[in-house]
Design a protein around this ligand. Structure first.
Ligand SMILES: [Zn+2]
Ligand SMILES: [Zn+2]
Length: 282
């Protein structure tokens, strides 16, 4: 099987792994153990690739239950996932959806081979029975370094962020990013998401200087949180730009500010939200 993976070291212990559709996974390697955060779409042999980067015993944990984060999970004995996202494993595991997502991403990921991919190019779907509940506040000790999981519901009910305190890096996954998708039918309201963002920001205040995400490989400063909170305020006041679009589930939605998917927001601010007009208030 062809290797689709590339990687980039962000610190002595943290490596970003790029998957076939441009999704980013993170490998953190301590003196005694390693932790893989997310397993991508299941295209290619991720396990073999990770084994070229570390020989430490491996724990696998997910930021959330979406198809581009968990469907490489079948290569591993077990994995951690917040139980509130368990419903997504079966909801999103059809071959049509997995292949459709990869083909949809062929152009943005600059990977034209994906336009012809079929289900034979994927690992088997993730087995919900191998999932262990990943609770808010879980800390994985890897020897000299740790990884802390902190809930940030919104994008999905069970979305988690991961703090690497020794590197002062926070991974927000898809839960808070340059285009935070909050338009799916199971997303929390903008009002509830704003409260969760404020709570997480207060809880982790002063513990990180860099924010990394799951798509695009961009890095952000702490300003990302304030920018996304400002979007929530504008959406609630109906003063955002309200750009009409269709989300990945085919639902009509609005983008708070004009953007393109390569360069981000046209006004240069870091955060943005795609949302449903019917799910602003709780
Ligand atoms: Zn997602
Ligand atoms: Zn994603």
């Amino acid at each position: 099987m062809k290797s689709y993976f590339k990687s980039k070291k962000l610190s002595d212990s943290l490596t970003r792994i790029y998957g076939a559709t441009g999704e980013c996974m993170y490998l953190v390697t301590g003196k005694e153990r390693a932790l893989l955060v997310d397993t991508g779409t299941g295209i290619g042999d991720l396990k073999a690739y990770v084994e070229t980067l570390t020989d430490k015993p491996l724990t696998v944990a997910m930021t959330h239950g979406h198809v581009d984060h968990v469907q490489g999970a079948s290569q591993f004995e077990e994995y951690y996932l917040n139980q509130k996202d368990r419903f997504l494993l079966s909801r999103d595991s059809s071959s049509a959806l997995r292949v459709g997502y990869a083909r949809f991403m062929a152009i943005p990921a600059r990977n034209p081979e994906l336009e012809k991919i079929n289900i034979d190019g994927f690992q088997p779907k993730a087995d919900p029975e191998k999932g262990i509940d990943l609770k808010d506040g879980t800390v994985f000790a890897l020897g000299d370094i740790t990884a802390e999981f902190h809930a940030l519901p919104g994008h999905t009910p069970g979305s988690m962020t991961v703090l690497f305190p020794e590197d002062r890096i926070l991974l927000t996954g898809d839960a808070c990013c340059g285009v935070t998708l909050l338009s799916f039918m199971y997303c929390t309201s903008i009002e509830e998401y704003r409260e969760a963002l404020l709570a997480l920001k207060a809880k982790l205040e002063g513990r990180y200087d860099r924010i990394v995400v799951s798509h695009g490989g961009h890095e952000f400063t702490n300003e990302l949180f304030d920018s996304v909170i400002e979007c929530c305020d504008e959406i609630s006041a109906r003063t955002d730009e309200k750009i009409p679009m269709t989300d990945l589930d085919g639902r009509p939605s609005l983008c708070a500010h004009a953007m393109d998917f390569i360069h981000g927001r046209k006004d240069g601010k870091p955060g943005n939200i795609v949302y449903s007009e019917k799910n602003i208030y709780r």
